[in-house]
Design a protein around this ligand. Structure first.
Ligand code: NAD
Length: 510
């Protein structure tokens, strides 16, 4: 990580210009700062990190590397804003989300280009990122219709009611791969539920969150309700330890998810930490060749395989060679730089290519080789679509998360062997079965050890209101992160038991 220090400036620009690029050519943008108490500010540390456009390998600007003092300032501003925001009626809080949805739609083209530049994904993939985020905003807009409590006369003259109360100051920490969608898994629920929220974007892609902060201000969100503290590990640890923060949602790798879950819980916080994945697609001989092959290719190479729901293993059951051949053919036809974007950074390219080399050394066949890929005029970070055949489940490429455009094919003879391979994975995010038999589909779907399963679906992400979340080492904590599970995570139930006059002729607690 290359960091540098610049002199702190009291003249921090308070307006964010629109991102001007309308093509993949390199474009500079602003420095990504903290948004605290309704103002843009420099980090107290004076430290910054270059934000590299992965397609070009060149810095678009720099991001603040904040520290514990910046977290303190954000918590103080959030605490000050909380009483007023909690007292704002739910239906008025939801109106901010309605306006935010409209603003995202108005700025869609600009935001798509910005995301594509900071993350390296294609324009179409950037649009998908924002559209899925908007779906989550729609869920937040619906909370006035969903968030009612309950009440019941539990005895003569005695009534119990439950309401869902905000927690106070909450925080979210997000990964690089979906700069708008993943923050929007949390924001519309946590904020509409009446909390104040501090987001720590990925230091590799801070711009989506900068624009979200600006658009939320435009949508009428009061200062202090939503804040950004930019940076890396130092900020994450300060958030986990801060006594003023009640709950943290995290999305990222399993290594960090597990550590953070333990650290935040030890500090008495409510924690929900989503981790990495190794998603298996089981393919049997009666699967439709064209649909299956094209789904596998879209799932494995969309966003250059940098999706927690990407298919990274095909478990090929019996004679499915026609499907494997078609997958290889379609993978070879992908135009790098147009159909598939770049890899987030140089280190990731080395990691991904290392997995390919290691699998080859251990006897895997490289059907399609994406190593040393280049895109003319775009000298950034690239790996082409790669298909590895004859992978075994114990090779690193067969069991570890690669997080790149590499599909490993594991050959087995029976359906039960395929299910056992999926079940033995330490991860449990997504898994699918490809078949034209209802009975096979049901048999497999009922046995998959994953939170999000599919039948003939390559990326079985549940659509809202069906919530997002995996099992096993893909998630630490209880419940899912979106939908009503998200609402229950970011709120706490208050029960009120009431009695007035005794019923005539009755006793109090009869
Ligand atoms: P990452 O774990 O490296 O980073 C995630 C966040 O944690 C970032 O904000 C980063 O600044 C911070 N961080 C990194 N290292 C840290 C450390 N040592 N201590 C404290 N904080 C740290 O993940 P990434 O590379 O940004 O994203 C890719 C990973 O995220 C993959 O493993 C992918 O599967 C996972 N992911 C999971 C889901 C899901 O829903 N389960 C969704 C998207 C991405």
């Amino acid at each position: 990580m290359v960091t540098h220090t610049v002199a702190g400036s009291s003249m921090v620009p308070q307006s964010i210009p629109a991102f001007a690029a309308r093509g993949y050519g390199f474009a500079e943008y602003i420095d990504a700062r903290n948004w605290i108490g309704g103002r843009w500010s420099n980090p107290s540390t004076g430290r910054w990190l270059a934000i590299e456009n992965p397609r070009h390998g060149k810095a678009m600007g720099q991001v603040a590397l904040s520290g514990a003092d910046d977290v303190d300032a954000a918590v103080a501003a959030a605490k000050a804003a909380f009483p007023g925001w909690r007292a704002t009626p739910l239906k008025d809080r939801a109106q901010v989300m309605f306006r935010l949805k409209g603003l995202l739609e108005t700025h869609m083209e600009e935001l798509c280009w910005l995301l594509s530049h900071e993350n390296g994904k294609t324009l179409a993939e950037a649009k998908g990122d924002i559209e899925k985020g908007i779906e989550c905003i729609e869920f937040g807009c619906a909370l006035p219709n969903l968030a009612q409590g309950a009440q019941l006369d539990v005895s003569r003259g005695v009534n119990c009611e439950v309401t869902h109360e905000p927690l106070g100051v909450c925080a979210g920490i997000v990964p690089f791969n979906f700069p708008i969608m993943v923050p929007l898994w949390m924001i519309p629920i946590v904020v509409t539920a009446g909390n104040c929220f501090i987001l720590k974007p990925s230091e590799q892609v801070p711009y989506g969150a900068v624009r979200l902060a600006q658009l939320m201000k435009e949508a009428g969100l009061p200062d202090g309700v939503f804040q950004l503290v930019q940076g890396g590990r130092e900020v994450v640890e300060a958030l986990a330890d801060h006594p003023g923060i009640e709950a943290i949602g995290f999305v990222g790798s399993t290594k960090v998810a597990k550590l953070l879950y333990a650290r935040g819980a030890a500090a008495g916080k409510r924690m929900l930490c989503l981790g990495g994945a190794k998603n298996h697609l089981i393919v049997v001989p009666d699967a439709d060749v064209e649909m299956t092959a094209s789904n596998i290719v879209a799932s494995s190479y969309g966003c250059a395989g940098q999706r927690c729901m990407a298919s990274s293993v095909v478990v090929a059951v019996g004679p499915v060679q026609r499907i494997v051949d078609r997958v290889a053919e379609l993978a070879k036809a992908i135009r790098l730089g147009e159909d598939m974007g770049s890899i987030i950074n140089r280190g990731s390219v080395a990691r991904i290519e290392g997995y390919i080399a290691e699998a080859e050394q251990h006897g895997a066949t490289v059907l399609v080789d994406g190593r040393d890929a280049h895109v003319a005029g775009n000298p950034g970070f690239w790996v082409g679509p790669t298909v590895l055949d004859q992978v075994s489940p114990d090779m690193p490429a067969g069991c570890e998360e690669i997080f790149g455009p590499v599909l490993s094919i594991i050959r087995v003879a029976t359906l039960d062997e395929a299910i056992a391979i999926q079940n033995n994975s330490v991860y449990g995010n997504g898994a699918s079965i490809y078949t034209s038999s209802g009975a096979v589909a049901q048999y497999v779907a009922q046995r998959l050890e994953a939170g999000m399963c599919g039948v003939n679906v390559g990326v079985p992400v549940p659509r809202e209101p069906f919530a997002f979340g995996g099992w096993k080492a893909s998630k630490f904590g209880h419940g899912d992160i979106t939908g009503m599970d998200g609402f229950h995570f970011w709120t706490r139930p208050r029960k009120v038991t009431t009695k007035w006059a005794p019923a005539e002729g009755g006793s109090w607690m009869s």
